[in-house]
Design a protein. Structure first.
Length: 466
């Protein structure tokens, strides 16, 4: 890197050249990581980021290369993490974009409010949630995160801070825009009221993929939250067997079933989590082989009740079981892993069946595979969810022939009118993108006008020519 192309590290004592990677730990690249503590410092970092540009980063939970920027600047926004105001009567919160959903839960649950949408980890920031327009188990009822954003403040390439409201082109480009319209500084969110910090959960098993789809189609509308863990190593008649977990926030009366002196009855709105030790960082080939994952999947399926109703669970157990194991991504070893998530619309079930069959036949050792039905889409131009079926799975990156195999799946997804999720992606071919995201040209045009010098850029943006 020559001195005149490098971002200006000298002015910021908190800036350091570092290796940056996504949660899947594939494709690490070096960048100048700047950690602004004020909005003014964020503006200076954007102004000084040099010809390789800059990109905002939250907690780095995007699996691929969305929040990294080889040779340029990465703005780590997690020091801007204040909760400014909670309207307890009206159910809204104004906070910095660097605040995590974990922190929001700590603040909001005791007040009887919950975040409107949570992904499978609460260690994401509000900025990352808007940047990827994340979805949760309630997508079929509540849509994606941006549906609950009442307003946001965006630092754009010209150094201005704009207040951006839903229903405007800039909002629709920013919700799901992967940080490429600017740096989100604050957001006002509409919240979900809750009576307790527990969930009332129904569990059931599905014998195969068709049984699973039939159950989801027939009864998902009865549940606010719904997801299915699917065994992608099961073959033959068991292909696509699954465990459905669905539920809603438990009302106060539901706690009557617990002993009178239990902590949950005494403090029904207390937010409780648990944490196990982190796995070591020196697992050479990772722990996950077909045999270990096959065994795990078999046990997981058998251990699930054939049917159970109204079981009370902590919020953290229901939504974020993996958060109990810090750095669980290390179990894949140093080579890391790929998350593959796609959606195909209703009426395209045959494509879903075919892909599930191909993954099962390929014997991909995947133990974190989930299937969900999406509801109505939100207007974000690069927002991922559309009504239909979404499957997400993890695969060790070192699996022989993986790249070619996933390229074939991408084509099948695109042929079926579906798309892959950019927040999980690290390898999609750029030529498939326009078919998957029909508003891509609008997105590019808005960026060209808003940021003519291309200040905001990431490895993902370069790879896919966003
Ligand atoms: C275990 C696990 C489970 C997950 N489950 C789900 C799920 O169920 N549903 C789902 O939708 N996603 C899921 N994800 C993905 C995750 O929710 C998204 O990748 C989210 O964007 C991560 O937020 P982050 O704060 O870590 O952002 P990062 O990963 O740091 O960044 C993600 C994107 O947001 C942008 N961004 C971050 N902060 C800002 C900001 N202040 N201003 C502008 N842009 C910004 C970045 O530039 C980048 O493009 C999961 C991830 C993990 C690790």
């Amino acid at each position: 890197m020559s001195a005149d192309t490098a971002p200006d590290a000298a002015r910021d004592p908190d800036a350091d050249w570092d290796t940056v990677t996504g949660w899947g730990r594939t494709a690490p690249t070096g960048a100048l990581v700047v950690r602004p503590r004020t909005y003014e410092e964020a503006a200076v970092a954007v102004r000084d980021c040099g010809v390789r540009g800059g990109i905002a980063r939250g907690l780095g939970r995007a699996y691929g290369d969305a929040a990294q920027n080889a040779g340029g600047a990465v703005l780590d926004m997690t020091a801007l993490d204040r909760v400014h105001a909670v309207d307890v009567a009206g159910g809204t919160v104004l906070c910095d974009a660097g605040v995590s959903l974990h922190r929001l839960m700590e603040v909001l649950l005791p007040l009887g409010w919950f975040v409107p949408v949570t992904p499978g980890t609460r260690y994401v920031t509000v900025g990352g949630a808007i940047g990827a327009d994340i979805h949760g188990k309630n997508h079929h009822v509540s849509g994606s995160f941006s549906r609950h954003v009442l307003s946001l403040e965006l630092l754009t390439a010209d150094g201005r801070v704009r207040t951006v409201a839903p229903g405007t082109p800039l909002f629709d480009a920013t919700a799901g825009g992967m940080g490429l319209t600017g740096v989100i500084l604050t957001a006002t969110l509409r919240l979900q009221p809750v009576g307790t910090a527990l969930m009332s959960v129904d569990t059931e098993r599905a014998a195969d993929l068709d049984d699973l789809m039939a159950r989801l189609t027939a009864t998902d509308h009865r549940y606010r939250y719904s997801v299915a863990w699917i065994d992608l190593l099961a073959r033959g008649r068991a292909t696509g067997r699954a465990v459905l977990t669905r539920g809603d926030h438990a009302p106060l009366e539901a706690l009557d079933a617990l002993p009178a002196r239990s902590r949950a009855r005494r403090e029904p709105l207390a937010f409780r989590t648990s944490r196990l030790p982190a796995p070591p960082d020196f697992l050479p080939g990772g722990l996950l082989s077909r045999t270990t994952v096959g065994l795990f999947n078999e046990l997981w399926y058998r251990k699930a009740p054939r049917e159970s109703r109204g079981r009370l669970q902590r919020i953290s157990t229901f939504f974020h079981p993996l958060d109990g194991v810090p750095h669980w991504n290390r179990v894949y070893g140093r080579g890391g892993f790929v998350q593959y998530q796609f959606v195909v619309g209703h009426g395209r079930e045959e494509a879903l069946r075919s892909i599930v069959r191909r993954i099962s036949e390929r014997r991909c050792p995947s133990f974190l595979a989930v299937l969900k039905r999406f509801g109505e889409a939100d207007p974000g131009w690069l927002s991922f969810p559309v009504p239909g079926w979404t499957l997400a799975l993890d695969i060790p990156a070192g699996l022989p022939g993986l790249g070619a195999f996933l390229d074939e799946l991408d084509e099948e997804v695109a042929d079926a009118g579906g798309r892959v999720y950019l927040a999980k992606d690290s390898r999609l071919r750029p030529d498939l993108l326009a078919a998957m995201y029909p508003r891509l040209d609008d997105f590019r045009a808005l960026r060209a006008e808003l940021d003519p010098r291309g200040v905001f850029v990431s490895d993902l943006a370069r790879r896919l020519a966003l």
